[in-house]
Design a protein around this ligand. Structure first.
Ligand SMILES: [Zn+2]
Ligand SMILES: [Zn+2]
Length: 390
């Protein structure tokens, strides 16, 4: 098999204590403190074996995620920027769809030829958090394209229980190619769904939603808020290109925080102005810059308002808790996308036509140019860069 492999040197930073877990598993908990000199290369490897409960997929489409870009980008000391759980070398790629080409002997619900999308989080189902209903907090977590081989490859083996069939999207879009592209967008859309609805509990129809940062997660938050009956979706984004896409997926108002600052105003002023002082019911952090965004959000909270942290950042953010007390407000942390009907409902929303994320795909590359696709995404001029193997 052939795949885009990420190699990096295990070189814990001076002062970083390697834990017993990290030594035992070879997984770095804080990737940015351990992995140095990352390198991307299309390589050949042996075909993975197929367990009785596994399926073998031929990936059809695989999106390049901000995490993939952060694997490849380094700081001045040569350490990768991605802060989370990682084990290298591995083939990357975790936002994907694929066609099943072989099923294990105990697999009942899937057949050869089915088009599926796959959860990226390989929760064990046996640890205490999993048993208590917290699959996104699994203690034995593996992550496709982070700690185990991903989908920027010509084949991939995954457990059948992590797969979600895309037949309804093929019907809706009238072609397997279109369903495969939409299917590759289910993972980031599910991350936004998990934050907005599963963690934060959503909002009542007519509620007002703000989204800070319109990368793919922000786009999904906008589309989902719209589909869920928000009366107004206000987005903040610096890139003019992404501002246009944010409108396309359903934002009513899109502002550049930089331009607001230049004009002597700020995002929270705008939110208060647009809501006649009422503030926003749900505010989504999808910029990965909480030190800047959260102080804005907390100054435009509705009574009972909610802030949802989805963007990742290895930094502290200042909180003025008085705002949370006076507004009976809440801040929610969210990661992952598994459980609670999330993938199922995202696929249903796409199949119903109420959510269509395909306009955010702005570049397409063949597998042979997968490394170039990651470089293209690192220029941050795209909505979503997609690698296509169809
Ligand atoms: Zn991702
Ligand atoms: Zn678990």
């Amino acid at each position: 098999m052939r795949g885009l492999q990420l190699q990096a040197e295990w070189a814990p930073r001076p002062g970083y204590t390697v834990s017993e877990f990290e030594r035992r598993t070879g997984k770095a908990i804080t990737g940015a403190s351990v992995w140095r000199h990352p390198k991307l290369e299309l390589t050949d490897a042996a075909e993975p074996g197929l367990g009785p409960k596994d399926v073998r997929l031929r990936p059809a489409a695989c999106g390049v995620c901000g995490s993939d870009v952060h694997f490849y980008e380094t700081d001045k000391d040569g350490y990768m920027l991605y802060p989370g759980l990682t084990k290298f070398p591995t083939v990357i790629g975790h936002e994907f769809s694929g066609e099943i080409i072989e099923v294990g002997r105990e697999v009942r619900s899937l057949r050869v030829g089915d088009l599926v999308t796959v959860e990226e989080m390989i929760w064990c189902g046996e640890c205490v958090p999993c048993r208590n209903g917290w699959p996104n907090q699994c203690e034995n977590l593996e992550e496709i394209g982070f700690t185990i081989p991903g989908a920027m490859a010509d084949q991939l083996v995954v457990g059948a229980k992590y797969c979600w069939p895309l037949g309804a999207l093929e019907e809706r879009y009238g072609s397997r190619a279109a369903a495969a592209e939409a299917g590759a967008l289910c993972e980031p859309t599910s991350v936004a769904y998990n934050g907005l609805f599963v963690r934060a509990g959503g909002f009542n129809p007519g509620g007002i939603v703000t989204v800070y940062g319109t990368g793919p997660i922000g786009f999904a938050a906008i589309a989902l808020a719209r589909a869920a009956g928000a009366s107004r979706v206000i987005a903040f984004e610096v890139s003019p290109f992404r501002q246009t896409l944010a409108k396309q997926v359903g934002a009513d108002d899109v502002y550049s925080p930089v331009e607001l600052q230049r004009a002597g105003t700020s995002p929270h002023d705008i939110v208060l102005q647009l809501t006649h002082g009422a503030g926003a019911d749900v505010q989504v952090e999808a910029a990965g810059a909480p030190a800047i965004t959260v102080p804005e959000m907390e100054q435009s909270l509705a009574i009972g308002g909610k802030i949802v942290m989805i963007g990742r950042a290895a930094e502290r953010a200042p909180l003025y808790l008085e705002h949370y007390q006076t507004h009976a407000a809440q801040l929610y942390g969210a990661q992952g996308h598994s459980g609670y009907g999330t993938f199922q409902n995202v696929i249903r929303l796409m199949a119903s036509g109420r959510v269509d994320m395909r306009p955010v795909i702005t570049s397409r590359f063949p597998l042979a140019e997968a490394a170039a696709a990651v470089v293209k995404a690192s220029r941050r001029q795209d909505g979503k860069v997609m690698i296509e193997m169809m």
